[in-house]
Ligand binder design. Structure first.
Ligand code: GLC
Length: 488
C-alpha cells in the first residue's frame, strides 16, 4: 500500500459509497491478474474455499487511540498528511502523551458477547480483530513487551477480561464465527524498529538494516515471537492471520530502487525489511493447520486472498478477495461517527458478492468498550434483510455478466442462480425484472426469495424477463434488494 491508498482510507466511508456502489473505482495494479500466487497446501485450499462461502465478516480496530477519538496510530508517524493532525504541535511531547494513553485505558464496559451476538444476527461469519496496530500497543497478553493491555501500567489489567484479544476470539467463536487476528508487522514502539537513536522520517524502520543486522534480527525474532504467541494455543483456533503494514517485506535491491524512483514516491527509508515470512508461515501452520495467511499487499504466496481497501473492484476478480470497508466514521472510533444506511450496506454486500468477494465491515469500539448505538442499529437492519435473503449470499459464486444495470447475478452449485434487484429509496418493485446479456436455462423455476409463488418468465432476444405479480409488488418480502431464485 502506498501513500495514496493510505490517504484515501481516511476519508469518510459515506463519501466513497456512491462510487463503490456505482462500481466506478478503477481496478488497482495490485488486483490485476498475475498479482495472485495460488496456494498449494491442500488444507489451506480447502479452508479458502469455505472462507469464500462466508461472504461477510467484521473488522474491529481497537487500541488506546480510541480515547482521543483519533485515527489509529498514524499521528505518531512523521508523514505529513491532512487526515492526521496532532493536537499538540510539539512532536516529542505529543508522542509521549500518546504512549501515555496506556495509563488511562480502562474500557470497563467491554462485553464482547454483546458484539458477537449483534454480528451473528447481522449474518456475519468471521471476525478480524486488531491484536496490535502500527503503534505497537498489544491488545493481548504478550510476554515480549510491557506496552500492552495486561501491563500493570494499564488500569484495565486488573479486569477479569483483561486479555482482550482472547476474550474477543472466545466470544465470537461461541456464536459460531471464525476468528482472525489482525497484526501489524511494523511496530512503532519497538526500539528495534524505530530506534530512539535516530529520528523517524516515515513509517519505515528508521536505521539501516544492513549496517545494524543484529538489531534487525532482534526485531524479526520479536515479530515472529508475538505472532507465534497468538497462534500457539492460548488464543484457541485462529482461522486467519491478517498481516498489515505491507511495506515490511523482503525486497531485492532492484525492487527498492524501483520504488524509490517511482513518480511521487517520498519515503526516505525504503529498504529490504525481511521478517522471513516463509519460515514463519511454516511454523504458524504447524500450530494452526490450514491457517489462511493474508500478508496484505505483498506479492507472493503468503497472500492467500487480496484485500482492496475501502473500495470495491470494478469487476469480478479471478482469485479470492475481500473488500475491507468502514461502516462509520473511520477505522478507529470517532465520537460522532456517522454510519452508512442499511440500504447502502446491503447493496454493498450484494455488489461485492456478485463479483465473487467477501465484505469485511469495520466497526470500532470506543474508550469504554462500547459501540455506537447506530452500529447496532445498522447491523440489525442488515440482519433483517439477511433473515429473508441470506441463502442468496452464503456459498454463492460469481457468474458473468455479474451485473447489468440494477440487476446482479450469482450461482450456487450447478442448479441454482440468484438474481438481485437493487432498489432505490422508495422505489416500487417493477412489474418486470430481467437481463439482456444472460439467458435463464429452459425450464427454470423462478420464485422471489421469501415468497412461495412461482413467477412466470420468458426468454427475450438474448436474455429473459420475469413477471412480478401485483401481490408481491404490494407486499415485498424485504427492503433494499429483492432477490429471485432460479432452479433447474
Ligand atoms: C489502512 C490504514 C490502517 C488500517 C487499514 C485497515 O491501511 O492506514 O491504519 O489498519 O487501512 O485496512
Amino acid at each position: 500500500m502506498k501513500t495514496k491508498t493510505y490517504r484515501s482510507t481516511k476519508v469518510l466511508a459515506l463519501a466513497f459509497l456512491s462510487l463503490i456502489i456505482a462500481g466506478t473505482v478503477k481496478v488497482s495494479a495490485q488486483e490485476s491478474e498475475g498479482r495472485y500466487v495460488p496456494e498449494t497446501d491442500p488444507l489451506v485450499l480447502e479452508k479458502l474455499e469455505k472462507w469464500q462461502d462466508l461472504k461477510f465478516g467484521l473488522l474491529m480496530h481497537w487500541g488506546t487511540y480510541c480515547q482521543w477519538g483519533i485515527v489509529e496510530s498514524w499521528s505518531i508517524c512523521s508523514e505529513d498528511e491532512g487526515w492526521c493532525r496532532r493536537k499538540n504541535p510539539n512532536y516529542v511531547e505529543y508522542k509521549r502523551e500518546y504512549e501515555n494513553l496506556q495509563t488511562t485505558f480502562n474500557p470497563i464496559g467491554f462485553d464482547p458477547a454483546k458484539w458477537a451476538k449483534a454480528a451473528r444476527n447481522a449474518g456475519m461469519k468471521y471476525v478480524i480483530f486488531t491484536t496490535k496496530h502500527h503503534d505497537g500497543f498489544c491488545m493481548f497478553d504478550t510476554k515480549l513487551t510491557d506496552y500492552k493491555i495486561t501491563s500493570q501500567k494499564t488500569p484495565f489489567h486488573t479486569n477479569s477480561k483483561a486479555n482482550i484479544a482472547r476474550e474477543v476470539f472466545d466470544a465470537f467463536r461461541a456464536e459460531g464465527l471464525w476468528a482472525g487476528a489482525y497484526f501489524s508487522k511494523p511496530d512503532w514502539h519497538n526500539e528495534n524498529y524505530w530506534w530512539p537513536n535516530f529520528a523517524t522520517p516515515d513509517r519505515n524502520v528508521n536505521y539501516d538494516v544492513t549496517t545494524y543486522p543484529e538489531r534487525w534480527e532482534n526485531f524479526v525474532k520479536f515479530t515472529q515471537g508475538q505472532i507465534m504467541e497468538l497462534l500457539g494455543g492460548d488464543y484457541g483456533k485462529i482461522d486467519i492471520l491478517w498481516l498489515d503494514g505491507g511495506w515490511v517485506q523482503k525486497m531485492t535491491r532492484e525492487e527498492v530502487y524501483k520504488q524509490v524512483t517511482s513518480p511521487g514516491y517520498k519515503f526516505t527509508r525504503v529498504q529490504n525489511q525481511d521478517i522471513r515470512m516463509d519460515e514463519l508461515v511454516v511454523k504458524a501452520r504447524q500450530k494452526q493447520p490450514g491457517l489462511i495467511v493474508v500478508d496484505r499487499a505483498v506479492h507472493g504466496k503468503n497472500q492467500n486472498y487480496l484485500t482492496p481497501e475501502n473500495r470495491v473492484p470494478e469487476k469480478a476478480l479471478p482469485f479470492p478477495w475481500e473488500s475491507c470497508i468502514i461502516a462509520g466514521g473511520s477505522w478507529s472510533w470517532l465520537p460522532n461517527a456517522k454510519y452508512m444506511s442499511g440500504r447502502d450496506a446491503v447493496q454493498l454486500l450484494v455488489d461485492i458478492v456478485a463479483k465473487g468477494g467477501n465484505l469485511l465491515f469495520n466497526i470500532a469500539p470506543g474508550p469504554q468498550g462500547q459501540w455506537h448505538d447506530d452500529a447496532y442499529r445498522l447491523l440489525e437492519d442488515i440482519g433483517g434483510w439477511m433473515k429473508v435473503n441470506s441463502e442468496a449470499i452464503y456459498g454463492t459464486r460469481a457468474l458473468a455478466p455479474y451485473k447489468e444495470g440494477k440487476v446482479c447475478i450469482t450461482k450456487k452449485g450447478d442448479k441454482t442462480l440468484y438474481l438481485y434487484y437493487m432498489a432505490d429509496n422508495d422505489e416500487k418493485m417493477p412489474a418486470q425484472i430481467g437481463m439482456s446479456a444472460f439467458s435463464l436455462p429452459v425450464g427454470a423455476k423462478v420464485k422471489m426469495v421469501g415468497t412461495e409463488t412461482s413467477l412466470k418468465w420468458k426468454k427475450t432476444e438474448s436474455g429473459f424477463v420475469i413477471n412480478i405479480p401485483e401481490k408481491i409488488i404490494k407486499n415485498p418480502p424485504s427492503k433494499y434488494v429483492w432477490v429471485m431464485k432460479a432452479t433447474f
